[in-house]
Write a protein that binds this ligand. Structure first.
Ligand code: PAF
Length: 300
């Protein structure tokens, strides 16, 4: 695996590969790779001839009070892991290569960026869309692979690709989880033992809401209340949001309709660490159980 630091070199490599009809996949990361990232690289390897993993901790997606400085970094280990997972190139530009002096352009994706993460981290998606657009222009990929763990980010990138006519096929790869259901994340290293144990409740809240939907819950407020109730079992957890929405649009109707694809989204603080997770499900068209039974079971 070759490490590339210059945008012009990365572009030249990609253009050369295209001359030989090789397809290129990009897996954008901020490094500190874990099995979740490696599964994205392996997924990309199945979709394209050549995989470029990018590693850049993007200052533009962190607010001044957030964890840019302490975001975990380990380039030696990342190169080793990326290579072992089948990445052909690691694109690792410096900050000045990406944002030289006088840099003044940004990409803002309206609407889908606004709720949920957008409410709590208003700067975030503009920073993400800007850096991803630049990474696309550096790597010139045919295929891009993003993880479901950052589901709203995936929707923002999907919209950007369409609106800006990037000739890229976007794929959503599944979230990898620890044995107790906690979604793998580079930020999990911030958790102490007790916080790490508490963090499993996020997955429990998502699963409870999914079960309620399978049993007949349709009202958005009831579904959301169910996730809040589970998360509140641990009083040390601070909830930014625990919400449901139509999966493709993030619309929030009072009641979902049979057949609707729904995303359940959670963002919480466990101690000082902010974690996000989500789950995709579908409102059944035929119920497994009488809806009245769900209401009897429910203690909301
Ligand atoms: O998901 C991430 O790690 C980052 O938001 C991304 C897509 C690499 C952009 O910096």
């Amino acid at each position: 695996m070759k490490i590339i630091e210059k945008i012009s070199e990365m572009q030249a490599i990609s253009l050369n590969l295209k001359k030989y009809n090789k397809t290129v996949a990009i897996v954008p990361t901020m490094g500190f790779l874990h099995s979740g990232h490696l599964s994205l690289i392996e997924y990309a390897k199945q979709k394209a001839d050549v995989v470029v993993t990018t590693l850049f901790v993007n200052p533009k997606q962190f607010a001044p009070h957030e964890d840019f400085d302490k975001y975990p970094r380990n380039i030696e280990n990342d190169s080793k892991l990326a290579q072992e997972s089948g990445s052909d190139f690691l694109f690792h530009p410096g900050i000045l290569e990406m944002y030289p002096k006088g840099y003044s352009t940004s990409v803002k994706v309206e609407s889908i960026s606004q709720p949920f993460e957008g409410d709590f981290r208003p700067h975030f998606f503009e920073g993400v869309a800007t850096v991803v657009a630049k990474l696309f222009n550096a790597v010139l990929p045919d295929i891009a692979v993003f993880g479901q763990k950052d589901y709203q980010q995936y929707l923002v990138i999907y919209r950007m690709i369409r609106d800006m006519n990037f000739p890229i096929n976007l794929f959503l790869a599944p979230t990898l989880r620890e044995a107790d259901g906690l979604a793998m994340s580079s930020r999990n290293v911030y958790l102490n033992r007790e916080e790490r144990d508490s963090a499993a409740i996020i997955f429990v809240a998502l699963e409870n809401a999914k079960t309620a939907i399978a049993m007949g819950a349709r009202e958005r407020k009831i579904i959301n209340a169910m996730m809040h109730k589970t998360l509140r079992e641990n009083p040390s957890i601070r909830i930014d949001y625990a919400a449901s929405a139509v999966a493709d649009t993030l619309d929030t109707p009072d009641e979902f309709l049979p057949g609707d694809k729904v995303v359940l989204l959670i963002a919480v603080y466990i101690g000082k660490t902010r974690l996000i997770d989500n789950s995709l499900t579908q409102i059944p068209t035929v119920l497994d159980k009488d809806p009245a039974a769900f209401l009897e079971d429910s203690t909301i």
